[in-house]
Design a protein around this ligand. Structure first.
Ligand code: ADP
Ligand code: MG
Length: 291
């Protein structure tokens, strides 16, 4: 049965936009020793903007962008949404009848007129090819914080788009509060090393893991559970669902995907990361009352 003190705390949490799917989740929260965060849509706004677009020598920029955006328009990944928006703003008409396959944590595979196209990160389309392409167009991955998406066809890399996403305005404060409470903060992201390092530094996180595929997020979480026993996971995407389910406390952003919201134990209705620290304090206070 649920204790009156728990009930009151759950209700207080709800008033602040922290939804607990049961009193037990509030109880767990106070004992967390570490919290892992997803990057895109969790620590960042998840609304990236295309800053640069490059095509292979000899390729038609408009036709190439049409192809790239038509493929991306079939996906609801934040990067895909951004590339689609960029093309539409340029007056490009999309072909919405393409058949694509989402490859979570990597990108998209599309077949158009028997030709295969890959859209995604360097590892997915071929790291060496992307390095060669970058040299050709003087595109630097060293521009911190930017994510670069490549498109590959039969002849190699045909295009690249650079995107910038910004840290949520309250992220630094939220991380500072958690660290003050003695909680280790870690970021698990599918993005590249340089972008991950830049965001982790900006947010003030204790550590990060880059190029982390969805199944690797779960493995890292399991390892953290061995070392720290009680570990939280904060995420927003379909990719994060397995890790949310594995964590002691799975915390979803309110604007996250349905799967993340369903899998999580706790939902941050207003997407405010500072509410995590608030809820932990609520839990610790409640534990003192119950004891
Ligand atoms: P995160 O962990 O930061 O939320 P994801 O696991 O969703 O990131 O994606 C990891 C990486 O896979 C992205 O940074 C991107 O390079 C690539 N990727 C995933 N989906 C897409 C897509 N639809 N279009 C282009 N690239 C994608
Ligand atoms: Mg995400």
């Amino acid at each position: 049965s649920i204790m009156p003190a728990t009930l009151a705390a759950v209700s207080n949490g709800a008033k602040k936009g922290v939804l607990f799917k049961g009193g037990v989740h509030l109880e767990h929260l106070g004992s967390l020793k570490a919290i892992a965060f997803d990057k895109t849509g969790t620590l960042t706004n998840g609304k990236p903007i295309v800053t640069d677009f490059y095509v292979r020598d000899g390729a038609d920029p408009d036709a190439t962008l049409t192809m790239l955006a038509s493929i991306e328009s079939q996906s609801n990944h934040p990067l895909a949404v951004a590339i689609t928006k960029y093309a539409v703003n340029k007056g490009i008409t999309l072909d919405r009848n393409l058949h694509i396959k989402d490859v979570p944590g990597h990108g998209i595979r599309a077949i158009i007129d028997t030709q295969e196209f890959l859209v995604g990160n360097p590892r997915f389309v071929g790291k060496e090819l992307t390095e060669e392409f970058q040299q050709g167009v003087a595109l630097s991955l060293a521009d911190e914080g930017k994510t670069i998406i490549f498109m590959k066809d039969d002849k190699g890399i045909i295009a690249a788009a650079a995107l910038r996403d910004s840290l949520r305005p309250e992220a630094i404060e939220a991380i500072t509060q958690l660290k003050k409470s003695g909680i280790l903060t870690i970021m698990l992201t599918g993005d590249n090393e340089k972008t991950a390092a830049a965001i982790a530094k900006q947010a003030g996180l204790d550590s990060y893991v880059a190029e982390c595929l969805p199944e690797m997020k779960v493995n890292h979480l399991k390892r953290l559970l061995i070392d720290y026993k009680n570990v939280g996971m904060v995420g927003d995407g379909i990719n994060d669902a397995p890790a949310l389910a594995t964590a002691t406390s799975g915390i979803a952003m309110g604007e996250g995907t349905d799967v993340a919201l369903e899998t999580a134990d706790i939902v941050l209705m207003q997407n405010d990361l500072r509410r995590i620290s608030y809820a932990i304090k609520l839990s610790r206070k409640m534990q003192r009352i119950v004891k």
